[in-house]
Design a protein. Structure first.
Length: 482
């Protein structure tokens, strides 16, 4: 057949096909699906992509023909292969959600690409999601951010929230709290609780926005009233501190309780302290112990220490030094200084654990190095007596001196005697009298009486001029603030 005849034949059928498609569409719009199918079928067979898409719609949804997913997908696919964008988007959804065909994220990604490139926001978002999660494609946060951004610019709020998250954590692009705040704000203004909570957190902590406690409270409240437990905990904490809202212990407990009842770990410790101190609620050590335990089980080292303290003292729980030692140890191993000191004391006195001065010295050392006066005194004592450590008067004097300089009377008393005997330090009667004099002034009862005798004994060995100088030193002495 001559070429011009071939072209004429193709043009003739294209015109007929277009006419069939137009008639089919009109019938489809009017709800006459049977007629629509009759019109779409020949046009679809001739390769009209729009007719193929609508014929796929009829089969997939059972309009004018019995519902047949496989036949619908067959026609969608023929249309999609001709770059018919609605068909591509529909196939993407079928494979993404697994409706009418087995879920297949790779095919979903394949078919969503065309609509995404043509600017359709929802396919852009879902394609971003597939890259974000590594479903059907290799995980690629940079590609996810690219597609999320395109959809976000078209006001797709799901993409805005997802893009904000990538900026928040710096996944696929540089961490940028300001950009995260920008996109979270758009979602938060639509009423999304999680975005409201995070925007509140950013105002609370000054991340991406200037720190603004009233704004933090505003966004926390909006999310809290929708039941977001993290926002409830945040709002409760602001009330407890009087930040951004007037201080209100009862409101603090109200919101912390709501969060804790939803098993929000960040609320446990604050709620426990409220019950322990009786702030905003009746003092209740049993309730305090309950919430400290929840916080402890969530890994809160301070809560572990407090739980140990309650067991040691028998407040709200049956007194048990052994259980106290268990919680102190967990807190101490997590780096809690108070727990180290308390555990050291249990080993020192043999309460709840077998007495072990070496263990006591081990646990006292870090608190002592970090400035705990009591731990410094006891570590000095252990070195002076050689209990749990090698006897070392110089080391004893060093620790006594650190505690004595801050005003610890017992450390002053021991340090004075070391100076008198010249053990670990050069013998110095004026220093011996100074420290004994200061100790006697601050101790009470039998301890005071004993140290007074030591002080007076030292004075009896001194020249009058040296004694007067040592007394002047005591008058001039001021405790160290270091």
């Amino acid at each position: 057949m001559p070429r011009f005849l071939v072209l004429a034949w193709l043009l003739f059928h294209a015109v007929l096909s277009a006419a069939d498609t137009r008639k089919g569409f009109e019938a489809y719009q009017q709800g006459d699906f049977k007629t629509a199918v009759e019109q779409f079928r020949p046009a679809a067979a001739q390769g009209d992509a729009l007719a193929q898409f609508y014929l796929g719609e009829c089969y997939f949804n059972g309009r004018g023909v019995p519902q047949d997913f496989a036949e619908g997908i067959r026609w969608y696919t023929r249309a999609a292969e001709q770059a018919q964008v609605e068909a591509q988007e529909t196939l993407g959804g079928i494979y993404f959600f697994g409706k009418g065909a087995a879920q297949d994220y790779a095919l979903a990604a394949k078919w969503y690409l065309g609509p995404a490139e043509q600017g359709k926001a929802y396919p852009q978002f879902l394609l971003g999601y597939l890259y974000d999660q590594g479903r059907g494609v290799a995980q690629d946060h940079a590609q996810a951010a690219k597609w999320y951004a395109k959809a976000a610019d078209q006001d797709n709020h799901e993409a805005q929230e997802a893009l904000a998250l990538l900026y928040f954590y710096g996944k696929g692009l540089a961490q940028d709290y300001a950009q995260a705040a920008k996109w979270y704000r758009k979602v938060a203004e639509r009423g999304k609780a999680y975005a409201q909570y995070l925007l509140g957190w950013m105002y609370d902590n000054g991340r991406g926005v200037a720190a603004d406690a009233p704004q933090a409270a505003r966004w926390y409240r909006l999310a809290a009233e929708q039941g977001d437990a993290r926002a409830q905990a945040g709002l409760g904490f602001l009330y407890s501190q009087g930040r951004g809202v007037p201080p209100d212990a009862e409101q603090a407990v109200k919101w912390l309780q709501k969060a804790a009842d939803q098993k929000e770990p960040s609320a446990y410790a604050s709620l426990a302290w409220a019950y322990y101190q009786g702030k905003g609620t009746k003092q209740d050590h049993a309730a305090a112990a309950k919430w400290f335990r929840q916080a402890a089980d969530s890994g809160d080292a301070q809560a572990k220490y407090m739980l140990g303290y309650l067991y040691e003292e028998g407040r709200g729980v049956a007194q048990s030094a052994a259980t106290a030692a268990k919680w102190y140890r967990e807190a101490a191993e997590a780096g809690n200084r108070e727990a180290m000191e308390s555990l050291g004391a249990l080993y020192f006195f043999g309460r709840g654990v077998e007495q072990n001065h070496a263990e006591a010295a081990k646990w006292y050392r870090q608190p002592a190095e970090q400035g705990s006066t009591y731990a410094q005194y006891l570590l000095g004592y252990l070195h002076e007596e050689g209990k749990g450590v090698a006897q070392d008067y110089a080391e004893a004097a060093r620790w006594y001196a650190r505690a004595a300089d801050k005003g610890d009377a017992r450390a002053q008393s021991h340090l004075g005697w070391l100076y008198f005997e010249g053990k670990g330090v050069a013998r110095d009667l004026k220093a011996a009298y100074l420290w004994s004099n200061l100790a006697a002034a601050n101790l009470t009862g039998e301890e005071r009486a004993q140290v007074e005798k030591v002080r007076d004994f030292i004075a009896s060995k001194m020249q009058a001029s040296d004694l007067a100088a040592a007394q002047q030193m005591a008058r001039d002495w001021k405790p160290s603030t270091q």
